[in-house]
Design a protein around this ligand. Structure first.
Ligand SMILES: Cc1cc2nc3c(=O)[nH]c(=O)nc-3n(C[C@H](O)[C@H](O)[C@H](O)COP(=O)(O)OP(=O)(O)OC[C@H]3O[C@@H](n4cnc5c(N)ncnc54)[C@H](O)[C@@H]3O)c2cc1C
Length: 397
């Protein structure tokens, strides 16, 4: 009997094993996992709730969701879309909810329901799962592959690599082109006492950018005791992952607090001045900003905290427009904790046939998930990449 070995029992590996076995029950499908149990990462995704896909309603161009691998995802989503994912899990008994922010979670709000669903389906279909089997190296041999593992040597007719981000050492004997792995989806340290004192404050419609670069991201900005976080920051870190890594995580972060253009900011100020002449500027807050954040922005414009609207004048208004729409902070580094971290980089997409995810150099060798140079912003897009790629591979058998 022909055998397939899948290396890595994460989202991509387990889903691929299920779909290969479902299509070709005659194949012997084995998943080798270095950890003590499968799907350990899925269990902690989405804060333990598992944001397993997205409605994609807010995605204009696919590049906005997939800074690396959009072309691949265009094809992979045609094979297995986000809607297919929802249907697949629903058929397996997982009811889901699509949140207002387009993220899709199990109705149970429990990532373990996704884990158990995949585990049970693998068991029922007869997929062999070997945990505690770390693959050290993969060698291409006449008619197949040899694997050196901590559980002894294995031989396979076909191999699917689904080892996730950064786990690339086992591929060294194959001499594949690798895009250097660097982190994505992290928060930024800003050494500014004024900003840090605003811990917990939100700017729901902020636009962040890196000065002197085209990188820019919009969404909610969250201020923390170390700097900036929230969806807008994570998105910017994803878009600029390679740029920031190359610059030692330094640069100038430009914050547009309200997402307004200069003209919109100017008309807010002139309208507010007209209506509130004798009131303090600090007492008329732009929609969505808290009073203490507005006070901070007034301070950033170099204005007195008790300044009133009639005192503002055109000079003061110009400074306030600048502080509202282009407030500059030096980035002191990236934060190493609490991130919904994924890896940018991995096996170059040049190495694979995008229609099958089979290696161009080694027929019978496939890749799926984060091990590829493919990653997304937050919102369920990374898991969707794992499901879609896994299905592309499964359909190649
Ligand atoms: C805290 C956190 C929260 C996240 N939340 C979300 C979310 O809600 N929604 C979303 O879409 N994405 C989320 N992500 C990202 C998402 O989890 C990953 O993109 C996705 O799990 C990648 O799946 P994968 O199967 O490619 O890799 P992984 O899930 O990383 O699986 C790889 C598996 O391979 C095994 N392995 C590695 N090397 C070897 C080896 N040499 N031999 C044998 N086995 C090996 C690993 O132990 C692991 O089990 C989150 C990530 C983190 C860290």
């Amino acid at each position: 009997m022909s055998n397939v070995i899948i290396i890595g029992a994460g989202a991509a590996g387990c889903f691929c094993a299920i779909e290969i076995k479902r299509r070709k029950p005659e194949l012997q499908v084995t998943v080798l996992e270095s950890g003590a149990r499968p799907l350990a990462k899925v269990a902690i995704t989405g804060g333990g709730r598992c944001n397993f896909t997205n409605s994609f309603e807010d995605v204009g161009r696919l590049e906005e969701a997939y800074p690396r691998g959009a072309q691949l995802m265009k094809r992979a989503l045609r094979v297995f879309s986000n809607r297919d994912t929802m249907d697949w899990f629903q058929r397996e008994g997982v009811q889901y909810v699509i949140q207002e922010d387009r993220c899709v979670f199990p109705k149970s709000q429990d990532a373990m329901q996704i884990v158990r669903t995949l585990e049970n389906r693998m068991r029922h279909l007869g997929v062999e799962l070997r945990c505690g089997a770390k693959v050290g190296a993969v060698y291409a041999e006449e008619g197949g592959f040899r694997l050196d593992t901590s559980a002894g040597p294995f031989r396979a007719d076909s191999v699917v690599i689904t080892t996730g981000g950064g786990a690339l050492k086992l591929l060294e004997p194959l001499e594949l082109q690798i895009e250097k792995p660097v982190p994505s989806l992290f928060t930024l340290k800003i050494d500014n006492d004024g900003l840090r004192s605003l811990m917990g404050a939100l700017a729901p419609d902020a636009i962040l950018s890196l000065a002197g670069t085209p990188f820019r991201a919009s969404g909610t900005l969250l201020l923390t005791d170390w700097g900036v976080s929230g969806p807008a920051t994570l998105k910017l870190s994803s878009y600029a992952a390679r740029h920031l890594a190359g610059n030692g995580y330094k640069g100038t972060l430009m914050i547009n607090w309200t997402g307004w253009s200069e003209d919109q900011a100017r008309s807010f100020l002139s309208e507010s001045a007209r209506q509130n002449g004798k009131k303090r500027v600090a007492n008329v807050t732009p929609d969505g900003l808290s009073a203490r954040l507005w006070q901070h922005i007034i301070g950033r414009a170099g204005l007195r905290e008790d300044i009133i609207w009639t005192e503002l004048g055109s000079k003061g208004a110009n400074r306030l427009v600048g502080a509202l729409t282009a407030d500059a902070y030096e980035i002191a580094g990236r934060c190493h904790f609490k991130a919904e971290f994924v890896t940018c980089g991995g096996v170059s997409l040049q190495e694979v046939n995008l229609g099958t995810l089979e290696s161009k150099k080694y027929p019978g060798l496939y890749f799926a998930g984060e091990v590829l140079d493919l990653d997304a912003i937050t919102g369920g897009f990374n898991l969707q990449a794992a499901w879609s790629c896994a299905m592309v591979v499964a359909r190649s058998f």
